[in-house]
Design a binder for this molecule. Structure first.
Ligand SMILES: Cc1cc2nc3c(=O)[nH]c(=O)nc-3n(C[C@H](O)[C@H](O)[C@H](O)COP(=O)(O)OP(=O)(O)OC[C@H]3O[C@@H](n4cnc5c(N)ncnc54)[C@H](O)[C@@H]3O)c2cc1C
Length: 492
């Protein structure tokens, strides 16, 4: 049977756009993520108009078809070419702006709001949605998630998908291990495939001080039953033969860590929570809170107010902004983190590889692309989504240094998201300000991998079951009690 192809790069047929729309993916950004259209080499240049026409025919509104920003590089450029640039001569500016200015009108909320709820969760990222799902699993039905944009618009839709239990403290190892279990069972539980791939994590130590760090972590991890081992460069090259073994002196290897494809997890959690009675509303920004007698009484949005018993701030990098609406000051600082994807290659890279010291990390996606990022110590705090040539140069230098064979591989797209950084790199949990205003933020560059476990524990606590020690340990007032011992195994 013939089929009409709208996106030739990614082989997306007309019928797929219809299916996306029927499933509630009405705006262009969501349709792009659901179908994959516009994510190939032409970045929508040849298919955007056809998709827009089809969405309008199906009933999309003008606000829903606001075009997405094309990503640099405009044409694929090889890592080798980019590595020849000197990053220090390149500005750390705002980069290519996103979204296009002036901001386009927001599409209408995805549905009506209830007049009251037991729990309102502000922010439909992985943390808010994981919590919503876990609350419904424990019998809570009146749960509302309010997301101001489309699902996957925040850091949860922009990250590298690395999920690991290699951490430096017993608490983080425990959370990582539980999340890995939940990632593995996600597809069976929700019916949505998150492409969990157990390829392991390989941390490369360039010098003796980093080896010591890995050895300290090994003790903590082995105590919790992990299979982590310290490898020599030769042994590490048995795992990834293309590595330049002269660049590192040891590696830490856990075969049970892995990589996921982030987007389906948000759709899966949202769908599963809604199937159990929760309400998830996109394009529904929270604009304020009604507070009296030391409690939040209602959440305000342009589409109306919701009276509620409890509010959860899961606003990610915007959580300080959300908290300010309740008169609460949080110490979180959003910080841009850039990332990219290459053209596809046949499968050659099993684990996610990360080099300590540079912050470089990269893995191979199910589609064969290299997905990788690297933090920039010069990055100032503040929400920013622009993409820079400086990042391309820094990343390409680091990658081709460790894997010279990648020099001829083209960079396909780059983008950025924001880390939600706290002073000790640990999250902020529990009440702050009004007694029923709970925080679920500050997950820096590892919130995706922590979300399943933390959502589960928070739901246990909120439904009157067990209270895990993290809800006493990671309260915001810890910063008043003096310097906290931080998690130091932050990547990127
Ligand atoms: C480039 C990059 C790579 C990363 N790589 C990894 C990785 O490999 N592994 C990993 O575990 N983590 C990684 N992270 C970190 C991870 O993505 C985040 O920690 C995690 O997604 C945070 O989830 P969240 O739900 O707190 O925030 P978000 O996903 O940002 O969700 C918060 C949501 O709140 C919404 N919101 C804000 N204000 C309001 C309002 N007033 N009303 C309603 N909604 C509002 C936002 O629109 C947003 O969708 C990476 C992050 C980045 C940026």
């Amino acid at each position: 049977m013939g089929k009409t192809i709208l996106c030739a790069c990614e082989d997306v047929p007309l019928s797929e756009v219809g299916r996306a729309f029927a499933r509630g993916h009405r705006d262009l950004e969501s349709v792009k993520r659901y179908t994959g259209f516009g994510t190939g080499p032409c970045q929508g240049k040849s298919c955007l108009n056809a998709v827009v026409k089809e969405l309008l025919r199906l009933g999309a509104t003008p606000a829903e078809i606001t075009p997405f920003t094309a990503r640099p590089p405009v044409q694929p450029v090889t890592f080798g070419t980019l590595a020849a640039l000197d990053p220090e001569t390149l500005p750390l500016d705002e980069g290519v702006p996103e979204p296009v200015r002036p901001p386009p009108p927001l599409p209408a909320p995805s549905g009506p709001l209830p007049a009251r709820a037991d729990v309102v969760i502000v922010g439909g990222g992985i943390l808010g949605l994981s919590l919503a799902y876990q609350l419904t699993l424990r019998g809570m039905r009146d749960v509302v998630v309010l997301e101001r944009s489309y699902l996957n618009s925040g850091a949860s839709g922009r990250n590298g998908g690395g999920v690991r239990a290699q951490w430096s403290t017993p608490t983080m190892v425990r959370l990582g291990l539980r999340s890995l279990q939940l990632f593995r069972s996600f597809a069976g539980e929700t019916g949505v495939n998150g492409w969990f791939r157990r390829g392991g994590y390989l941390f490369l130590a360039p010098d003796g001080s980093q080896v010591k760090r890995l050895e300290r972590n090994l003790t903590v991890q082995r105590e919790q039953g992990m299979a982590t081992r310290i490898l020599t460069p030769d042994q590490a090259c048995e795992v990834v033969p293309e590595l330049d073994r002269s660049r590192f002196v040891a590696a830490s290897w856990n075969p049970d860590d892995g990589v996921v494809f982030p987007w389906p997890f948000l759709w899966g959690y949202a769908a599963a929570a809604q199937a159990r009675g929760a309400t998830v509303r996109t394009f529904s920004p929270v604009t304020g809170f009604e507070i009296s007698g030391g409690l939040v009484r209602a959440v305000e949005t342009a589409a109306g107010r919701i009276r509620c018993d409890t509010v959860v701030n899961a606003g990610g990098a915007w959580s300080p902004e959300v908290a300010r609406l309740a008169g609460v000051s949080l110490p979180n600082r959003p910080t841009r983190h850039e990332i990219l994807v290459s053209g596809p290659l046949k499968p050659w890279l099993g684990p996610l590889v990360s080099s300590l010291g540079t912050g470089l990390y990269f893995s191979q996606s199910q589609r064969g692309e290299i997905v990788g990022g690297m933090g920039d110590p010069a990055e100032p705090p503040g929400v920013a989504h622009g993409s820079t040539l400086r990042f391309l140069a820094r990343f390409s230098r680091a990658l081709t240094g460790y894997v010279p064979a990648t020099a001829g591989l083209p960079v396909m797209r780059q983008w950025a998201g924001n880390y939600d950084v706290t002073p000790d790199n640990n999250p902020i949990l529990g009440a702050a300000g009004p007694a029923n205003f709970l925080q679920l933020s500050g997950f820096v560059g590892h919130g995706f991998m922590m979300a399943p476990a933390v959502g589960e524990l928070m739901a246990e606590w909120m439904t009157g079951r067990e209270k895990d020690e993290i809800f006493d340990r990671f309260t915001v007032d810890r910063f008043d009690r003096g310097p906290a011992v931080g998690e130091d195994f932050i990547i990127g």
